[in-house]
Design a protein around this ligand. Structure first.
Ligand SMILES: Cc1ncc(COP(=O)(O)O)c(C=O)c1O
Length: 401
């Protein structure tokens, strides 16, 4: 049926019918698609090559380190949100840059952090004063996150670091009150992160706000990190505007430009395979209960919220067999969404979610004692191999000794 989703970007890499390719897989499981990771990596490396910018993997989005060796040749390094991700990047993408930004660093972790991170970005002038001199003494590059007070997304305050009252980054007003010559002398770079799944027109708007508020200090900096949220590897992404933004920063302020996308590195490069456990009905609504859970295995479906794509299904509900897909947990709202299928769903049917490499494995949990889905590799010859064998112990070890 023409309305079904089998060839959109999340599934474009699956040449064979998934039922054939994935039939032997124990579900639920995540499958990482190496061909798609490589395609994203090539796109990012070409951008870096053309512009001279440096691109880091934001590990908060994708930190399945078995794939770091594949990604490393395309990237300048990793970006971390704190000590553990910094260590992971240092261990698993060795010889590459490790950058860290954290909302607030802890004194009892800072010395260890210095072992791993080469670039340390502070969120406040107070933290810059507290830890900056030690970072500098240890030979590290020191940065400060700025808040350009320029919201380019609407109705999404949870993902908008420029929302009123945000704790993210130093506004120019606070800079005026707290910045001193000696603290300014510690700084090698500035960092901003304001976007979420956005195109480069919003970066252009943001960069103009950065220039308006901080254009006077940027010539004193060695680098400018433009954060993540750039959906660079999306088919409709406007690369030319991004390149103009990068060149503008390089030419105007003489800075090295860093980008630290998470999503763009692993966009459409993973699947969550699940199967139907049961089909129930409530006043005409047919509900398929899966062995995968929104709450446990794709939490952004509920948090963001969004409705993930499914191979061979449609979110347009004007034809086909309509089902509400839901998880097996106790949470009434563990609902993934309503979809149309060409055939009635039955126990055991495969349901394959797309774009499941990002913000999934790094955010999942074992609520209700749900098993952690195993990780599988889909290599470039379309061969599947297992990476993990999670079980009861992985659930239990987090809950006690
Ligand atoms: C500081 C910082 N850098 C990079 C990213 C990665 O963003 P994305 O995965 O949307 O590209 C985030 C996401 O929240 C972030 O907070």
């Amino acid at each position: 049926m023409g309305f079904l989703d089998t060839n959109s970007p999340p599934f474009g890499g699956l040449r064979d019918a998934p039922e054939q390719l994935f039939s032997a897989l124990p579900t639920p499981c995540y499958v990482m698609d190496e061909a798609r990771l490589r395609a994203n990596g090539s796109c990012l490396a070409a951008l870096a090559e053309r512009t001279g910018c440096k691109i880091l993997l934001a590990q908060k989005a994708f930190s399945n380190y078995d794939f770091y060796p594949l990604l490393a040749p395309y990237l300048a390094g990793t970006e971390a949100s704190g000590l553990y991700e910094a260590r992971l990047g240092w261990e698993e993408m060795p010889q590459k840059e490790v950058h860290v930004f954290c909302g607030a660093y802890r004194a009892d972790q800072f010395e260890e952090l210095l072992q791993y991170a080469g670039h340390i970005v502070f969120n406040s002038i107070h933290q810059l004063a507290r830890f900056g001199p030690r970072a500098k003494e240890a030979g590290k590059q020191v940065g400060l996150r700025i808040n350009p007070e320029c919201s380019t997304q609407e109705g999404h305050a949870i993902y908008d670091p420029c929302a009123p009252g945000s704790r993210m980054g130093v506004t120019r007003g606070v800079w005026e009150l707290e910045m001193t010559d000696s603290l300014l002398a510690l700084l090698d770079g500035l960092h901003f992160h304001t976007l979420c799944e956005q195109n480069s027109d919003d970066l252009r708007t943001t960069l103009a706000a950065v220039e308006q508020h901080f254009g006077d200090v940027l010539p004193q900096m060695k680098w400018l990190n433009m954060g993540g949220g750039h959906h660079i590897t999306r088919p409709d992404y406007d690369l030319a505007t991004l390149e103009r933004c990068i060149r503008h920063a390089q030419d105007t302020w003489g800075v090295t430009v860093y980008l630290e996308p998470g999503e763009a590195v692993a966009l459409n490069a993973g699947y969550l395979a699940s199967r139907v456990l049961d089909v129930v009905e409530n006043n005409g609504t047919k509900i398929a209960i899966l062995d995968a859970s929104a709450a446990c295995h794709m939490p952004d479906v509920l948090e963001m919220p969004y409705q993930p794509p499914i191979y061979g299904a449609s979110t347009q509900l004007d034809q086909g067999h309509i089902y509400r897909l839901a998880g097996p947990t106790c949470l009434a709202g563990d609902v993934i969404g309503d979809y149309a299928f060409s055939n009635p769903l039955q126990e055991g049917d495969l349901v394959l979610f797309g774009d499941m490499a990002i913000y999934t494995t790094c955010k999942n949990n074992t609520f209700n004692g749900m098993p952690l889905p195993d990780l599988w590799r889909l290599d470039e010859t379309k061969t599947l191999s297992p990476l993990t064998r999670f079980g009861y112990q992985d659930f239990k070890m987090r809950l006690g000794r």
